[in-house]
Design a protein around this ligand. Structure first.
Ligand SMILES: Cc1ncc(COP(=O)(O)O)c(C=O)c1O
Length: 439
């Protein structure tokens, strides 16, 4: 009886949400020059709102049935065995990297002073875990066009101190995985893929995020799908999986889900460290960890978003192609983006580098676009080494990072996200023509 009444109330609530959403979305009318054309954002319908309300009515709050469902769907989508949810892509990177410091990895564990290959033209939280854990980032330069770590410099960066490669697939493009995977096996290195911007991209038919020992994903709104805030750590490595889980879960040795006890079946019969025999496994900490877990409300949104993911990926690819075709005539003033050979890219954005002899500076075109209500973004930090926060870090660089500095000075990107309509893209393209005519 109670169940029945609850179901009736729930369905009335959901019906009202649907009505609300349908009315709310009518406000979304695009007026060129008046409405913003943004670089990314949430694309959703009433189902995400209903899912969030469903999870709220249930009020479990911490990881529960929606988290379990999302982990399964995400694992299937990528073809990975282990998925752990976290509260951001930055947390996912931190968890992936920190897991490599686990004493459980014996002589393969990363230690302070070990070198880790990365790039300085990065999102900060790809490099931060290296520094925060006391390792030394070794910066290689980028190739302009693919915006990938340069293959020759990746090879040259390796010394007997090199223990890992930790790189992002820039704006969805595949890293030079042929070279990287060779180096990883030849030198017995760890490889972490920051795939935060690359959900749905693949290389030689295999999803990005499944090449490294572990990979990070972000579900912040401009990303390929969203939970508001959120992220995931994935791996096919059975040894790493519990370590990843532990670091996001206070450093616990226990892997019970919230509200569950004695999953391991030896809750009061285990002896670890110098603790007395039978000390509650729920409170045994095998790592100096963090709490980076998300809520079930976020996961409920994710469950609806992942159903839309194939459509999102398709739209990103189509929008990229349309913009590429529209900007091809301006190739003499902009370097256009290039997919890495073998990559099928689910682009995060459309990267442009102003050519040296273009006759204008990046700031001119960026200000022009923004003044006409088109949002632009830099390639994240440009060059992290030029930022105040990184002034005193210990690092090594493999070259003069010439292209990294070019990216810092002349590169920017515009959106390709599924929320863009044809009229928004046409408007954006017309602005490039208008800008050119004004020069
Ligand atoms: C490559 C890359 N790594 C990590 C992150 C961090 O993700 P989050 O914003 O979810 O912390 C981002 C954010 O956009 C990113 O682009």
């Amino acid at each position: 009886m109670i169940e029945n009444n609850l179901d009736i109330i729930k369905s009335e609530i959901f019906q009202l949400v649907k009505q609300y959403y349908n009315l709310y979305k009518q406000k979304d009318v695009f007026i060129p020059g008046e409405s913003w054309v943004t670089f990314g954002g949430r694309v959703y319908d009433e189902n995400e709102i209903i899912a969030a309300i469903d999870a709220s009515l249930e009020f479990w709050l911490t990881e529960g049935r929606f988290s379990r469902e999302f982990r399964e769907l995400f694992g299937k989508y990528l073809g990975v065995r282990h998925v752990h949810l976290v509260n951001s892509g930055s947390s996912a990177n931190l968890v992936c990297f920190s897991a490599l410091t686990s004493p459980k990895l014996s002589d393969r564990r990363l230690l302070p002073g070990d070198e880790v290959i990365s790039v300085a033209s990065a999102f900060p939280t790809t490099v931060n875990p290296i520094i925060q854990n006391g390792m030394v980032p070794v910066f290689v330069d980028m190739d302009i066009g693919t915006y990938n770590a340069n293959a020759e410099q990746l090879k040259a960066a390796i010394t007997s101190n090199t223990k890992a490669i930790f790189l992002a697939h820039t704006l969805g493009n595949a890293l030079p995985l042929d070279i990287i995977m060779d180096l990883v096996s030849k030198h017995n290195l760890w490889f972490i893929e920051d795939s935060c911007d690359a959900l749905g991209s693949s290389y030689n038919g295999k999803m990005l995020g499944t090449f490294g020992h572990a990979a990070a994903f972000s579900f912040y709104p401009p990303h390929h799908m969203t939970m508001g805030e959120g992220g995931a750590v994935v791996t096919n490595n059975d040894e790493l999986a519990p370590l990843l889980n532990s670091f996001r879960n206070w450093g616990r040795d226990c892997w019970c889900e919230p509200g569950k006890d004695n999953t391991c079946g030896k809750r009061f019969s285990i002896k670890m460290g110098d603790l007395p025999l039978g000390y509650d496994h729920k409170h045994i900490f095998s790592h100096i960890g963090y709490n980076l877990k998300p809520t079930d409300i976020q996961a409920a949104i994710g469950v609806e978003q992942i159903k839309k993911l194939p459509g999102f990926v398709k739209a990103r690819k189509q929008n990229f192609t349309k913009i590429y075709e529209g900007l091809k005539k301006h190739e003499d003033i902009f370097i256009l983006p290039e997919a890495y050979p073998g990559a099928d890219v689910s682009w995060f954005g459309f990267l442009l580098t102003v050519r040296e002899d273009a006759g204008f500076e990046r700031i001119d075109i960026v200000k022009f676009l923004e003044a006409h209500k088109v949002r632009t973004r830099m390639l994240f930090a440009g060059n992290l080494l030029k930022h105040p926060g990184y002034k005193d870090i210990r690092y090594r660089q493999v070259s003069d990072l010439k292209n990294t500095n070019i990216i810092m000075e002349r590169t920017f990107w515009i959106g390709v996200y599924p929320g863009l309509t044809d009229s928004m893209i046409d408007y954006m393209l017309s602005l490039f023509d208008k800008f050119r005519a004004s020069k």
